[in-house]
Design a protein around this ligand. Structure first.
Ligand SMILES: Cc1cc2nc3c(=O)[nH]c(=O)nc-3n(C[C@H](O)[C@H](O)[C@H](O)COP(=O)(O)OP(=O)(O)OC[C@H]3O[C@@H](n4cnc5c(N)ncnc54)[C@H](O)[C@@H]3O)c2cc1C
Length: 218
């Protein structure tokens, strides 16, 4: 990958340190990029692909792009509940907003679905009148599992999959985060304010964005 990136830099017009500027559309030599992608496809398939025509994207252009994987982000927390004038509002993140995927691992869609199901489970608990801290603690406990999910450690009974996390995560511990650890995620105007922290770095080179407080660990 590093090698690819070094070569990728060759077809940038200017060599910026900030990847956002480096990869911005006006800094990419599109012709060189198309030619390089063809070369990579040829090399990767041992020159076996008979045709190397590009699919056309919704801008009517060859669907080729460069992406930066040096920084990846994930939300520090999965949800919060805000209470005002006796009414509660649940705010929850799912999909890439919750946990940015590293595409070569092919986990983006699967984890997106898992998080959507987990959030539906949280909403179910909320409508059943469970206490906000209980629900938030359970949601955070389940969120701890998401970055660790692989094809090996999730349930293989796909037909049994439901919003109940127990149908999907064999090693589920729904109470590893305790209600007092998520107090900052229940905003009722009485205990100071909070917000879904931006993102935090996941790891090197994968980063995160939610922010603020440190995550309650299990
Ligand atoms: C090139 C590429 C290859 C990938 N390959 C794989 C793969 O092989 N396997 C895999 O599992 N995953 C892959 N992924 C990742 C996968 O696409 C994402 O993880 C998944 O699509 C995330 O789903 P999502 O619903 O969270 O976000 P998205 O699919 O990005 O959906 C978000 C939607 O919200 C819309 N939107 C944004 N802002 C607003 C707004 N203000 N108002 C209204 N709508 C808005 C967007 O238009 C978009 O339709 C790949 C991603 C890319 C870019």
């Amino acid at each position: 990958m590093c090698k690819v990136f070094e070569r990728a830099r060759c077809f940038n017009v200017s060599d910026f340190m900030e990847t956002e500027r480096l990869l911005s559309a006006d800094n990419v030599n599109q012709e060189a990029l198309l030619s390089y992608a063809r070369e990579a496809a040829d090399f990767g398939t041992n020159y076996q692909l008979p045709s190397l025509d590009y699919a056309i994207n919704h801008y009517g252009q060859p669907d080729v792009a460069m992406f930066d994987f040096t920084s990846m982000y994930a939300s520090e927390n999965a949800a919060l509940i805000r209470e005002k004038h006796g009414h509660q509002l649940v705010v929850a993140l799912v999909g890439d907003s919750l946990l940015e995927p590293f595409w070569p691992m092919g986990t983006g869609c699967a984890r997106g679905f898992l998080a959507a199901f987990d959030t539906a489970w949280m909403v179910r608990g909320w409508t059943q009148g469970r206490s906000p801290l209980e629900i938030l603690a359970e949601r955070e406990s389940i969120y701890r599992l998401l970055p660790q999910t692989t094809t090996e450690n999730i349930s293989k009974n796909f037909e049994q999959y439901a919003i109940d996390p127990a149908t999907r995560y064999p090693n589920l511990n729904s109470s590893c985060v305790r209600p007092h650890q998520v107090r900052h995620l229940f905003i009722d105007g009485q205990h100071g304010s909070s917000h879904l922290a931006p993102v935090r770095k996941i790891s090197e080179p994968i980063q995160k964005r939610v922010g603020g407080s440190s995550r309650a660990g299990c």
